[in-house]
Design a protein around this ligand. Sequence first.
Ligand SMILES: [Zn+2]
Length: 131
Amino acid sequence: MSKKQIGAEVVSLAAYRAAKEVVAANIRSWLRHGTSESRVAMETTVRAIMENHHVRNMVFGSFWVHYLPGMGLVIAAKNHKKARGCPRCGSVDNRYLHTDAQAPTAHAVTWGCVECGEIYGTWEDIDDDAS
Ligand SMILES: [Zn+2]
């Protein structure tokens, strides 16, 4: 690999890191404000960035974002706990983001904290009466 190619890779990696920061900031801004307009703005921005970088997945510290063309964005926590509330600030004021049915007796649910914008997962028992 030539020096020129290595240089281009460093530049694109830096651009990708900056783009990821914009994605995370847009998601956290929507979580805190929560209007349908801010959801549309977030989805439009995140999709444009992912298309621009030719990626379908972005992995962050506590969550990942998956873009399904024609179906929308999936924002899912990497880890799920039994405990309720935000692991960063303790707030129970949250927005529902995603359910992943991966166990017979509990669902892995992703939440976004309205107070601090953290994204986290909980295990929610499946209520037999509701099914
Ligand atoms: Zn929080």
